[in-house]
Design a protein around this ligand. Structure first.
Ligand SMILES: C[S@@+](CC[C@H](N)C(=O)[O-])C[C@H]1O[C@@H](n2cnc3c(N)ncnc32)[C@H](O)[C@@H]1O
Length: 407
C-alpha cells in the first residue's frame, strides 16, 4: 500500500520513467509496419518478430519475465519495481445475506466482496452513495442496519432491475436516475455521504473525485477503470505534479493500461485473432491500393464479416472506405501475411506491456495527489488479485482531519 509522501515519490519516479521511454511505448505496432525504436534496438526487434503467436499469448500477462535482448530486461526490472504497490489491508466482513448475489456474475461478486473487505474508515459510514451503480449490487452488499444507501445510475433499465432487487431483499434503497456528468449532479452529493465507485469509467470516477471534494465528503473509495473513456481529446491532468509533467496523453495512450486481458476462452480468442489478422492483411492491401504506406482506420465490423471468404471481406471493406477497385490479388498469400503480422504485432506489443502498469499507476496517482490537494489522506493499493480483474487498484480517501483525529 502507498500512502503519504510515498505517493508523490512514486509519481515522480514513474513520470521520469514514462517520459524517458515514450518512444518505446507510444507507437502502436498494430498501426506501424516498422516501429521507430527498432532502428535503435535491432536485436530486440528481430528477436520479438521471430516469435510465434502462441509465444506472445503465453507472455501476455507477464512480459516482464521474457528473456529478450537489451534493453528489455533492464526496462522490465524498472517496470516491476515501479509497479509494486501491495495489497490494501483487509478486514473480516459479515457474510452477505442469503441470495444477495443472485443475478450477479460470479467474478463481479468476488470483486464486490474484495472491495468491501478493504473498506476501512475511521468513521463508520452512515450513508453509502453507490456511484454509477448499475443495479446497485455493491451498495446492497455494503448496506448494514442503521445505514442508508443511495444508488446513482442513468440507465432506466438498470435502475428498474436494481429497484426490484432491493425490494426483493427488503432493503430501503433509493435508486436515483442521474447523469453524474450533468451540471445538477453536485446536488446529489452531500457531506454525510460515503461515495463508493467500483469500475466507474474515466470521466465518471473523475467527476466523483471532484464533486465529493466540493461537497466535503469525509471519506470515499474508488476502483477506477477505462481511463480512455473521456470526453476530451486529451488527458486533462488533475493534480499539480501531473499538470507540470511533460507527458501529454492521447486517447490511444490512455488505452494502454486496458490492453491487459484476462485469459479468454479458445473460441473468443480465435475470433479476436481472426478479426485482427484480417485487419492486418487488409492493412497491407490498402497501403498498396492507396500507394500510401500509412495505417487507415477502419470501423468495427459485425462478427458475421469473419464468416465471409477473405477476398470478400477485403472487397467489402475497401468499398466501405471508398478505395479504388481492388482487382485480383493473391488472397491466400495476403491472408497469411495478415496472420504473420499478427504474430509480430503481438510480440512487439510485449515491450509496450512493460509500460502498461506504470502508466495506470501514474494515472491513479494523479487522482490520489489531487485528493491530497483537496485535503484528503489517501491510501492506494490493490483490492483483489489481477486474475479477478486487471483493474484492481483502489483509492481510499479520508479527510485528513478525520483520519488524524481518529488515529
Ligand atoms: C462499468 S459499469 C459499473 C457498474 C457497477 N459499479 C459495477 O461494478 O457493476 C458503469 C456504470 O455507469 C453507468 N453510467 C455510465 N455513464 C453514466 C452517467 N453519465 N451517469 C450515471 N451513470 C452512468 C452505466 O450505465 C453503468 O451501469
Amino acid at each position: 500500500m502507498l500512502t503519504g509522501a510515498h505517493l508523490l515519490a512514486r509519481f515522480t519516479a514513474l513520470d521520469t520513467f514514462l517520459t524517458q521511454h515514450q518512444a518505446l511505448w507510444r507507437p502502436r505496432p498494430f498501426t506501424h509496419r516498422h516501429l521507430p525504436w527498432e532502428a535503435d534496438h535491432r536485436p530486440l526487434g528481430h528477436w520479438l518478430r521471430q516469435r510465434s503467436l502462441q509465444d506472445a499469448e503465453d507472455s501476455h500477462n507477464h512480459p516482464e519475465h521474457l528473456p529478450a535482448p537489451a534493453p528489455f530486461p533492464q526496462l522490465a526490472a524498472q517496470s516491476m519495481a515501479l509497479s509494486a504497490v501491495g495489497a490494501l489491508p483487509t478486514q473480516a466482513i459479515e457474510p452477505a445475506s442469503p441470495r444477495l448475489n443472485v443475478d450477479v456474475p460470479g467474478r463481479k461478486w468476488q470483486q464486490i466482496e474484495a472491495f468491501a473487505r478493504c473498506l476501512q474508515f475511521s468513521d463508520t459510514p452512515r450513508h453509502w452513495l453507490d456511484w454509477c451503480s448499475g443495479k446497485g449490487h455493491l451498495g446492497r452488499r455494503l448496506l448494514h442496519a442503521g445505514q442508508q444507501l443511495t444508488c446513482l445510475e442513468y440507465d432506466p433499465a438498470l435502475i428498474a432491475s436494481g429497484q426490484a432487487l432491493s425490494q426483493h431483499h427488503r432493503l430501503a434503497v433509493e435508486h436515483r436516475q442521474q447523469d453524474v456528468l450533468a451540471p445538477d449532479a453536485l446536488a446529489c452529493v452531500s457531506r454525510d455521504h460515503t461515495p463508493v465507485a467500483l469500475h466507474a469509467c474515466g470521466d465518471l470516477h473523475v467527476q466523483l473525485i471532484k464533486l465529493a471534494s466540493q461537497a466535503g465528503c469525509a471519506q470515499l473509495a474508488i476502483a477506477p477503470c477505462c481511463y480512455n473513456r473521456i470526453n476530451a481529446p486529451q488527458y486533462a491532468a488533475l493534480s499539480g505534479p501531473a499538470k507540470r509533467s511533460e507527458l501529454r496523453l492521447s486517447l490511444d495512450d490512455l488505452s494502454l493500461p486496458l490492453t491487459e486481458t484476462v485469459t479468454a476462452g479458445t473460441r473468443v480468442r480465435r475470433q479476436r485473432d481472426t478479426s485482427m489478422a484480417r485487419r492486418l492483411g487488409f492493412d497491407l492491401l490498402q497501403r498498396q491500393l492507396r500507394r500510401v504506406d500509412e495505417y487507415l482506420p477502419t470501423p468495427s465490423l459485425p462478427s458475421a464479416w469473419l464468416d465471409k471468404p477473405f477476398a470478400d471481406y477485403c472487397r467489402d471493406l475497401a468499398a466501405l472506405k471508398d478505395l479504388s477497385t481492388v482487382g485480383e490479388q493473391d488472397w491466400p498469400a495476403l491472408e497469411a501475411a495478415g496472420w504473420q503480422r499478427l504474430a509480430e504485432v503481438r510480440n512487439l506489443e510485449l515491450l509496450r506491456g512493460l509500460f502498461r502498469r506504470p502508466l495506470e499507476l501514474w494515472l491513479v496517482l494523479d487522482r490520489a495527489l489531487f485528493l491530497e490537494e483537496q485535503g484528503y489522506a489517501v491510501r492506494l493499493g490493490t483490492f483483489c488479485p489481477t486474475p479477478l480483474t486487471p483493474r484492481n487498484l483502489m483509492l481510499l480517501a479520508e479527510r485528513a482531519e478525520t483520519a488524524t483525529a481518529c488515529g
